[in-house]
Design a protein around this ligand. Structure first.
Ligand code: IMP
Ligand code: MG
Length: 189
């Protein structure tokens, strides 16, 4: 495994590594195989949710071998206090693509309360998709406030704040190649 010092992360900022780069890559192989099996011969539109999903999107999409894909991005902001999602969502950047008649796969970094994703699913479904499914790298089952139907899931993790592999704390740590928990001193600053 690579050292903890990546980009702006100081060596002691990460409390422990929850998922290594190797574990993530192996899981993405499995997810890609399942997606390939389901969409073989079809044209699939991958929709990434900025910014956290960039790493999952980049790695998962490149592991798809039998599915023709195109890619689009959305940026949304959840109204709420601090880090708690309210489920009221504002679109910061909408899709370029028309979803009418398309097979769509939402690609997400993490499902926490599920409120943002649940809003996104109903929003995209109303645009005339042929099919809509979700692939998410991480899910915190204990944090769920709404049930979201996720077809392709990477890992269920404990209800702790995690960073790395696209996930940030105050816009930092996204470029860590692994997923880890933050050391308490980072919050206390
Ligand atoms: P939800 O609406 O509560 O499911 O919020 C999901 C979004 O909150 C994710 O797409 C992340 O951007 C962010 N988020 C939730 N949990 C974490 C975490 O542990 N670390 C970093 N970001 C998180
Ligand atoms: Mg996200």
């Amino acid at each position: 495994m690579r050292s903890y010092s990546v980009g702006s992360a100081k060596p002691n900022d990460i409390h422990h590594v929850l998922l290594s780069e190797e574990q993530i890559s192996a899981k993405l192989d499995e997810m890609a195989a399942a997606i390939d099996a389901d969409y073989e011969g079809k044209e699939l539109l991958l929709i990434g949710v900025l910014k956290g999903a960039v790493m999952v999107m980049a790695d998962l999409s490149r592991k798809l071998k039998h599915t023709r894909t195109s890619m689009d991005w959305m940026a949304v902001s959840s109204y709420g206090s601090g880090t708690k999602s309210s489920g009221v969502v504002r679109i910061l950047k909408d899709l370029d693509a028309d979803l009418t008649g398309r097979h769509v796969l939402i690609v997400e970094d993490i499902i926490d309360s599920g409120l943002t994703l649940s809003w996104l699913i109903s929003n995209l479904k109303s645009r005339g998709v042929e099919s809509l499914e979700v692939a998410a790298m991480l899910r915190k089952p204990e944090a769920a406030k709404v049930e979201v139907d996720v077809k392709y899931i990477g890992f269920d993790i404990p209800n702790e704040f995690v960073v790395g592999y696209g996930l940030d704390y105050a816009e930092q740590y996204r470029t860590l190649p692994y997923v880890g928990t933050l050391a308490p001193h980072v919050y206390e600053n």
